[in-house]
Design a binder for this molecule. Structure first.
Ligand code: SF4
Length: 243
């Protein structure tokens, strides 16, 4: 069942030109990213009785509609929830709120994401691309994956992450963004590879989804000096892209 964290946040810069209401589902996350700011409250801590149901969130939306003009759905990973529940929630949210609805996602669920975008239940996505997944092999580059997203993806998951980014770019909403973080463990070449991938997808689909490189805010626990991420990618910088 959908569960939501009871504290909603108004943000002024996540969606340029909008005052957004940021709502977090309390369903955990399948990643453990370096410096995750939601880990303690939303991933390590499980719903403890304070959580809100979907119906309660919808009710709150009606009460506060004048205070924001966009809705941002985050987690944890919002798309971990069941598709039927998500669709039902979004349909009911649309009945109460007529501004744009945008999801923040780590890209693990391309089929749900595509369906929600294609059916107009979402107006856009702020999607993470924290590593150049098209260049990094889950086995050969497992140290990099572990250090940055906290997991080593299967080959299938790696393809899913790329498919999600492509789905967002193909949808080409003015509200969508591909976002990465300037992790100090990574050299500029990683970010350049991400940019090349996004540029290539934009060209392929005639789209113009921007790619943002956001600053890294250090986690409270210092990063181990033994961290073994190579400062540069292990293989050719030529993007492994379809033409
Ligand atoms: S995907 Fe987001 S919520 Fe999940 S661990 Fe990474 S930063 Fe945290």
């Amino acid at each position: 069942m959908l569960a939501f964290y009871p504290r909603f946040v108004r943000t002024f810069d996540d969606l340029p030109g909008h005052v957004s209401l940021l709502i977090h589902s309390w369903s955990g996350c399948n990643m453990r990213c370096l410096g995750c700011h939601n880990y303690d409250e939303l991933i390590a801590a499980k719903p403890d009785g304070r959580q809100l149901s979907a119906a309660q969130v919808i009710e709150r939306l009606s009460d506060g509609c004048g205070l924001f003009d966009a809705l941002l759905l985050s987690g944890g990973e919002f798309l971990m929830n069941g598709l039927a529940e998500i669709e039902d929630f979004l349909r009911r949210a649309r009945e109460r709120f007529d501004g744009p609805v945008v999801v923040l996602t780590n890209g693990s669920y391309p089929r749900k994401l595509r369906r929600l975008l294609d059916n107009g239940l979402l107006d856009g996505a702020l999607i993470d691309m924290k590593l150049p997944f098209h260049q990094l092999d889950p086995q050969e580059d497992r140290d990099i994956y572990e250090a940055i997203i906290g997991i080593v993806p299967s080959e299938r998951r790696r393809r899913d992450l790329l498919e999600s980014v492509e789905a967002v770019i193909r949808h080409n909403s003015k509200l969508s963004q591909v976002r990465t973080v300037r992790y100090p463990l990574l050299s500029d070449e990683y970010f350049e590879q991400i940019r090349v991938f996004v540029d290539t997808m934009n060209r392929r689909h005639g789209s113009s989804v921007p790619c943002f490189l956001n600053p890294f805010f250090p986690p409270e626990v210092p990063v181990s000096p033994e961290s073994s991420v190579p400062s540069e990618p292990s293989r050719s910088l030529e993007p492994l892209l379809h033409s």
